[in-house]
Design a protein around this ligand. Structure first.
Ligand SMILES: C[S@@+](CC[C@H](N)C(=O)[O-])C[C@H]1O[C@@H](n2cnc3c(N)ncnc32)[C@H](O)[C@@H]1O
Length: 253
């Protein structure tokens, strides 16, 4: 099938636009699909994988949506230096109301301020939006301080059809279901991401890159999340071909 609403794992089909605006932003912020478990597991995964000082490190989450992950990280670390941005004024407005203790602002990844200023840059479930992945990866790395880290969590188009179906079946909100399929079609495979790392513009500025695919959360993270796992209908955390995690370190100089 080669349509926006159907699944096409063979080639990347970009979404119409990157930033979620207008009515779609309201729908995204109010979606019925409960992401609390995944948000907590990703926060725990970041803290396991990134060896920065948890309490004081300068953390920037880009494409933060309604701010749930930034808030979860704050709750787990008490780090006052967590900032989060998104290109959508509507979603940032929602994030500010939900989590007034976090520093949120509107910013587009493609002309973001604060180059080289962040010990950790996070981009969750948004890399698939970028029409030019190589340029965007360079832009994300530009925001990282020398020796700092970039953590990317995203869908993986090359997932097992079984995992795709199991996730799709439990999304209750039809709008969210369509978004999931569009996002999956637009996502990179882990192999496509690995190819970006071989571009001189990228490999010359990083000192290491780890690709976690198939991706699983650690036993420790799952043990700390038993309360949410008990309420979770999706078991998404078990669908380990559906997502990939990329951790890149920027060269010290
Ligand atoms: C699928 S949502 C994920 C939001 C959040 N990270 C989460 O996991 O719930 C993707 C987000 O990326 C934002 N986005 C996409 N392209 C962007 C860009 N070029 N600059 C800033 N934000 C962007 C969208 O506005 C949207 O909020």
């Amino acid at each position: 099938m080669n349509s926006r609403e159907g699944l096409n794992l063979a080639v990347r089909i970009l979404e119409d636009e990157e930033i979620i605006t207008g009515d779609e932003a309201n729908k995204y912020a109010d979606r019925r699909d409960n992401r609390a478990l995944t948000t907590r597991l990703v926060a725990l995964d970041i803290l396991e994988k990134i060896p920065i000082k948890k309490v004081t490190g300068r953390v920037l989450e880009v494409c933060c949506g309604a701010g749930d992950l930034a808030n979860k990280l704050y709750r787990l670390t008490d780090n006052p230096n967590i900032r989060a941005t998104d290109g959508s004024p509507g979603l940032i407005e929602t994030a500010k109301v939900k989590y007034p203790h976090i520093n949120f602002s509107v910013a587009n990844v493609h002309n973001h301020l604060g180059r080289g200023k962040n010990d950790l840059v996070i981009c969750k479930d948004a890399f698939h939006h970028f029409s030019d992945p190589q340029k965007s990866l360079g832009e994300l790395l530009d925001l990282v301080s020398p020796g700092g880290y970039l953590y990317i969590f995203d869908l993986n188009r090359d997932c097992s059809p079984n995992h795709f179906q199991r996730r799709e079946q439990v999304i209750v909100d039809p709008n969210e279901k369509r978004r999931f399929i569009r996002s999956l079609n637009a996502s990179l495979t882990a192999v496509e991401f690995a190819e970006l790392l071989r571009k001189p513009e990228i490999y010359e500025i990083i000192s290491s890159a780890f690709i976690h695919y198939p991706f699983s959360f650690s036993d420790e993270a799952l043990a700390k999340s038993q309360d949410l796992i008990a309420k979770d209908e999706t078991s998404e955390y078990k669908l380990n071909t559906l997502s990939a995690v990329y951790v890149l370190q920027r060269r010290k100089r």
